[in-house]
Design a protein around this ligand. Structure first.
Ligand code: HAM
Length: 418
């Protein structure tokens, strides 16, 4: 037997209602925030992610599924949704439509990571990207959308942590200060931090190694290096969150693992899912549209990992709605009554009622047993007696109440009952 690739997961028929619930919830949040769905290809030119996400990031440097197609082009399975969304925005001239352009997506994403609980090689994201507005209100709206999504899933206990990593000009001063701080301590830090020291010292704050975290704890804070504009923007974002009663903590160590961020960055974090505690991450990326060939367009967004959300929901016992069951099982006994049952089931389906009929040539007793396993609310039986009168006996499986009615009245009868 050929097994599923490492780090990927099947969705089984008994579990798919959970996925549908999370996706429906995401779409409902998108609807109330007036976000429009976008869909981008699963693969893009490798260059898009190199330029968009950043060559120095783990995602691009170590984790991409990159291959040459038969035409000799280097393509990559999308490791995240933002770069593709920006390409879509630029390539389709959305900058000439009224701003802001508010979008969302539900997409698979691929990263060659070491699989563990909450970390997969193929995973799924619900993400939103809002283009064209620099205002702090936009950051706050995006954070509210994420919070509302988590709240609807029963995950309102998830912690919101925010930070501002400033713009290019404040970051230059800050990087200088970081290098000054880290340089004499580099000998005690991990290999990765030593590489980041020259490429992107900000990312040293993100290191999970205990010894590096201890050193980073004493590092200068980005918040002391924000320029007046970035500081004002961050103060306004915080004020808007406070005004609406959304609790958060400022964590100057949140820098995010992708290169495109500017100003606001945020994460929703939980302690209930082990090391991979971030269920949702995002922030502002004011330079990316321009970097990918568009006109200067500020933008902000987030993505939440669906598998990670599911893990969290399981771990804290958050409830899914019950799996929908089939409404009615229509049973027959011999060839003519089975044919009548088959056609009655089809008519019900055409009218929008979920119905099953026998596909396994089971005896009547076995059909009842199977209907019970399915959790059918009703079993409707057509015996020879009933068929000669165009009738059907409908049994409510919960109450045990049974009634004989005209087959033609079955839809109206069930409609009244359910
Ligand atoms: P990210 O933090 O790389 O950001 O990923 C967002 C979320 O995707 C994570 O918080 C996590 O829930 C989920 N995730 C990431 N990697 C994995 C994995 N290997 N297995 C399972 N889940 C995972 C982004 O992707 C940005 N594009 C978010 C964004 C949108 N920023 C602005 N707009």
């Amino acid at each position: 037997m050929i097994n599923i690739p490492k780090g990927t997961k099947d969705v089984l028929p008994s579990q798919s209602y959970k996925w549908q619930y999370i996706e429906d919830t995401a779409r409902d949040v998108a609807r109330v925030f007036n976000l429009k769905e976008i869909r981008t290809p699963v693969f893009e030119h490798t260059e898009l992610f190199k330029r968009g996400v950043g060559e120095g990031t783990d995602v691009v440097g170590k984790e991409m599924y990159t291959f040459e197609d038969k035409g000799g082009r280097s393509v990559t399975l999308k490791p995240e949704g933002t770069a593709g969304a920006v390409r879509l925005f630029v390539e389709n001239g959305l900058s000439s439509t009224p701003m802001p352009v508010k979008t969302y997506y539900i997409t698979p994403a691929f990263r060659y990571e070491r699989p563990q609980a909450g970390r997969l090689r193929e995973f799924h994201q619900f993400g939103i990207e809002v283009f064209g507005s620099e205002s702090a209100e936009t950051d706050a709206e995006v954070i509210f959308a994420a919070s509302s999504f988590l709240g609807k899933l029963g995950l309102s206990g998830t912690r919101l942590e925010i930070n501002s990593i400033g713009c290019r000009s404040c970051r230059a001063d800050y990087n200088r200060a970081l290098r000054e701080y880290f340089e004499p301590r580099l000998g005690d830090m991990c290999e990765t931090c030593r590489t980041r020291f020259s490429s992107n010292p900000l990312r040293m704050l993100d290191c999970k190694e205990e010894k590096c975290r201890e050193i980073s704890a004493g590092a200068p804070s980005i918040l002391d290096y924000l320029c007046p504009d970035c500081r004002g923007h961050f103060e306004r974002v915080k004020a808007l969150l406070e005004e609406s009663g959304l609790a958060f903590t400022v964590n100057p160590c949140i820098v995010r693992g992708l290169d495109y961020y500017t100003r606001t960055v945020f994460e929703f974090v939980s302690d209930a899912i082990g090391a991979q505690g971030t269920v949702c991450g995002g922030g502002r990326y004011d330079g990316l549209v321009e970097q990918l060939g568009g006109a200067h367009t500020p933008a902000v967004g987030f993505a939440a990992g669906i598998e990670r959300l599911m893990l969290l929901m399981d771990n804290i016992g958050a409830k899914y709605p019950e799996e929908p069951k089939v409404t009615v099982y229509v049973a027959g006994m011999d060839e003519p009554t089975r044919a009548a049952a088959f056609s009655a089931a089809n008519r019900l389906r055409a009218d929008g009622i979920s119905a099953e009929a026998d596909l396994m040539s089971r005896s009547l007793k076995a059909q009842f047993k199977y209907a019970d396993k399915l959790g059918a609310e009703y079993v409707a039986v057509i015996g020879s007696d009933e068929l000669s009168e165009n009738e059907i006996t409908v049994k409510n499986m919960e109450s045990g109440k049974s009634e004989r009615i005209k087959i033609n009245d079955l839809y109206a009868y069930l409609k009244k009952e359910i």
